[in-house]
Design a protein around this ligand. Sequence first.
Ligand SMILES: C[S@@+](CC[C@H](N)C(=O)[O-])C[C@H]1O[C@@H](n2cnc3c(N)ncnc32)[C@H](O)[C@@H]1O
Length: 300
Amino acid sequence: MMPESPSHAELRLCKRLQLSDASAASLIAAMRAGASSRQAVVLTPLAPQDYVPPFACVDTTAWGWLPPAVFVPVEGEKPTAHADYREKGYYYSLDLSSCWESAALAVVPQPGSSLDMCAAPGGKTMLMAARHLPQHHVANEVSPSRRGILRQNLEHCGVPNTEVTGLRPDQWGAAGQVFDLLLVDAPCSGQSLLAKGIRNPGCLGASMVNGNAKRQKGILLAAVRCVAPGGHLLYTTCTYDPDENEKVIAYILKRMPSWRAVEVPELAPFRSALVDFPAYRLLPEHGFGAGGFCCLLKNT
Ligand SMILES: C[S@@+](CC[C@H](N)C(=O)[O-])C[C@H]1O[C@@H](n2cnc3c(N)ncnc32)[C@H](O)[C@@H]1O
């Protein structure tokens, strides 16, 4: 049932997402309830072979998209309370939606080199390390304080072959260095924070969304210059607005004729109906956390 008096901004978002009445009501209710957060953990390179976390986990065998080495605690479990997490660094705790966003890496061949351009606090790098550990990985973060946390997390979890850097995307674009795989987990308006119960004033407003869309286009224009021919770029956000998601990708595809969006069979149930290229969106109604967006691009 539609919550009472949806705001103009909530209705505007649902209209732009072309949601059915039922899905619109579900999204608005989720943003208001703030109870859609779902925790997950990913095993780190320090975890012993055949390691099983010391807490009860959900049966995820039917979740075809779930990345390897990811476990989902049953409600009430506290994975971060265990010594295996705090002292041994056997697993890293993150949001289930963040794991979903990395699912597209299933169709990327093992990269020799990779760059996580917006890496702190390190979740996407950990997810990538659990799937494909490249010979050389760069975890880059522009914010000095967040870079410190990133470095600590990577060290604590024993992620090898990884260099931590702090260049801006335009500096990377001008550096002339190319990688087989780029991760761009872009700064965004963070609308899904509402569905996690985290206050995020203004995140549904046009000025916040437009400002982020402009920044995301700039980051991606620089990022595509860092991808080797035949290489891939995974673009992800934790926001719902099409202007920061499908429209950013459409902008890049229009300007970069050698790039195309790649189909990810594992994510077929999440395919965005807003565009004719493969892009994927998660909403709270799917039941895998507060939501997100991902699109895998290939430099053909
Ligand atoms: C969504 S967070 C990254 C989360 C991280 N990938 C993870 O999974 O743990 C986006 C990051 O982009 C950084 N950032 C902010 N503005 C940026 C910019 N203009 N260019 C590149 N990165 C930026 C933020 O400091 C933030 O750490």
